[in-house]
Design a protein around this ligand. Sequence first.
Ligand code: SAH
Ligand code: SF4
Length: 467
Amino acid sequence: MKIISQNEIDRQYACMEKVRLLNGTGKRVLVRTFGCQQNEADSERLAGMAEAMGYVRADSPDDADLILVNTCAVREHAEQRALSITGQYKHLKEKNPNLIIGVCGCMVTQEHRLNTIKNSYPYVDFLIGTGMLYRFPEILLAHLENDKRLFFNDEVEGNIAEGLPVSRESKIKAWVSVMYGCNNFCTYCVVPYVRGRERSRQPDAILAEVKSLIADGVREITLLGQNVNSYGKDLDCGVDFADLVKEICSLDGDFILRFMTSHPKDANRKLIDTMAECGKCARQFHLPMQSGSGRVLTAMNRRYTPEGYLELIQYMRSRMPDIAISSDIIVGFPGETDAEFEETLEMLKKVQFDMTYSFIYSPRELTPAAKLDCQIPAEVKSARMERLLAVQNEISLAKNLAAVGTIQRVLIEGESKSSADMLTGRADSNKLVHIPRTPESEAKLGSFANIRITRAETFALFGELAD
Ligand code: SAH
Ligand code: SF4
């Protein structure tokens, strides 16, 4: 692991200044993001650097001078979407030859995808792998000065770059990465290959960022890491993730703290106890189970058993009876039998998750599971997925119906996506809550409000101001 030196960061700032002078004012940037919250956080840094180079945000690809596609590699579908969007930008480049297109992130960190774009998308001006994102100003400057295509993709082992500008999408919610990379090598997952090894940011750097967010009025902070329970193991400063959570929750300010993701093999009682004792910690836990079958979990290299998983859930509920628990599930892992899939359904019924994110297994080049010859046919995977959704949707609806009549604290975030007459927010449980838009509710935008829940659907709650 390498901490990027202050000299190197200064060099990037000098490049930002040069691009700003070269470009003048009025240039527009569009950042298109695929994938997880870490990618959203990376995009906010790319946008921050672009703004420091004089760019303002474009409303659409048509009025952009610079388009950055920040890609995801976790499933085939995400890669195909990024490739298809990049393909659509070809005609924009034909209309406007000065348009600059950069593709970055997890997809292009894979050699074979880098080569595909290099060879088949000649109008893409530069490619930047995840470990090189901090060099975006230097790469853009080199492209502007020499009009050459550039491909930057080494250093995947990983680094930490502090002090780069950031332009956040929201004024009330913020992502804070506490660590990068992953060492777990679950056999289906590409993340360790495209994000490098686990490395933790210094607690001081994290605390300084969180304090400045709170001072700016941010109300919801989500700590990010592929496996937050590994936080600090590489630092030798005696601070683990639970300590970090405790320290942040002790800060003054009206905010709620969330985090993701916790790996069940490392989620420990200390973290659960800390959550239970910290009022600012959301009553929400995302704990990806992936499968309910012990054999499949072993084949996935997850390193926990269904029994161990259940014990964790029971402990969580014993400490925080009102906690909302969500999970990730993969259906159709190579070799998954009908009986093993049934075990997953049984676990859903036993655990009673508030919500799950379920995925059809997608073979990823580089990973061991993709090489297994017992791949499950697409139609079997889809049929299993449908059954899983039917079981989980019923549970999610029942859980949401149980909330009707309760009063929930909700962070009111903005207009509902489906109706201009509604405002939307998130309860402490992270459930989506819709309320009618009135002068009184508008006055609560950007702050917490007590909402009486009056109605529930599978994926959302509905309510009204309680005070
Ligand atoms: N670090 C997190 C998850 C990161 S990826 C964790 O371990 O929980 C997010 C989710 O994508 C995973 O939890 C898994 O359910 C899903 N996923 C990862 N690789 C996949 C693949 N090859 N096919 C289908 N789903 C996958
Ligand atoms: Fe992927 Fe497993 Fe690492 Fe999560 S813990 S990112 S699923 S390898």
